[in-house]
Design a binder for this molecule. Structure first.
Ligand code: A2P
Length: 263
């Protein structure tokens, strides 16, 4: 018998889906007492093999919305990664540990009111947006929700494409998303209908042109960014050059940032 600390939930895996040799998603049962805001992250780990073994935790954005009765995560598989080398082998019925306290800045409360919500992601940085686009509150607060997802190759876009399609068919949020939720997918190392880094598409205006716009406006656009550190910094620099102010839970602003954790 191994000991599970008091500050973690031990939850059961209900579903696992592998997309590529680098990416997969999984679902866990949701403890009745677990509350979080869509877009937040939590620390997850695996039960220790032997009593006394140290549990390795990593931060994972919750990819399911706050109303869902199970909890979804989207993960990279890092070769020899202390957690993901084991996590990638989980099967239905296995146990995953989840610390009880969620947190994070990619939440609707950290943004000032606006008209259009842009969510910019690369790689597994799409995960918190998979949660937010399924939350009716996003559509109560914004007229339009535009999510961008950039990956090296087309196969890495499967999760965002599937999630957006399922969201549009969802009985709870589908009706809000018609004509209001838009997904822009781009690849950088394989040909696809839209190629290039998101920063390039911002600089040459082609991202905005897709929506009949010529840029971002501080009085109506709000931006959330999640992905690699280099991408975050480059998008943040562009927003700050346009005068956008970063927000937080205590002081809402015009954009918020979170890095995609496990890499
Ligand atoms: P690129 O292929 O040109 O490096 P990764 O798999 O390394 O996390 O990258 C995910 C995506 O993020 C890739 O398409 C990558 O483009 C892109 N990317 C990496 N760095 C930046 C950056 N500084 N600005 C914008 N996009 C970036």
């Amino acid at each position: 018998m191994t000991t599970i600390p008091d500050n973690v939930f031990a939850e059961t895996v209900t579903e696992v889906e592998h997309y590529t040799d680098r990416l997969f998603r999984f679902r866990l049962t949701r403890p009745a007492s677990f509350r979080f805001r869509s877009g937040e992250f939590v620390m997850i780990g695996l039960p220790p093999q032997n009593d006394g073994d140290k549990i390795v935790y990593r931060a994972y954005s919750i990819a399911s919305p706050s109303w869902d009765d199970t909890i979804e995560f989207y993960s990279i598989k890092v070769p020899d990664g202390p957690l993901t080398e084991h996590l990638q082998k989980i099967k239905e019925g296995d146990t995953v540990l989840m610390r009880k306290k969620p947190t994070g800045t990619l939440v609707l409360d950290a943004l000032l009111p606006g008209k259009t919500l842009w969510m910019i992601s690369t790689g597994t940085g799409f995960a918190p947006f998979a949660s937010l686009i399924r939350d009716p509150e996003a559509y109560e607060k914004f007229d339009q929700v535009i999510v961008t997802h950039t990956c090296r190759e087309k196969a890495e876009l499967a999760y965002s494409i599937n999630t957006v399609t399922a969201t549009k068919d969802d009985p709870l949020v589908g009706e809000f998303t018609a004509d209001r939720l838009h997904l822009v997918t781009t690849t950088t190392r394989e040909d696809s209908p839209l190629t290039g880094r998101i920063t390039t598409l911002m600089d040459d205006g082609s991202l905005y042109n897709l929506f009949g716009r010529d840029g971002l406006k501080r009085d109506q656009d709000r931006v959330m960014i999640c992905g690699s550190m280099a991408m975050l910094n480059d998008v943040k620099d562009r927003l700050e050059a346009m005068g956008f102010v970063e927000g937080s839970n205590s002081a809402p602003g015009e954009f918020v940032v979170e890095r995609a954790f496990v890499d």
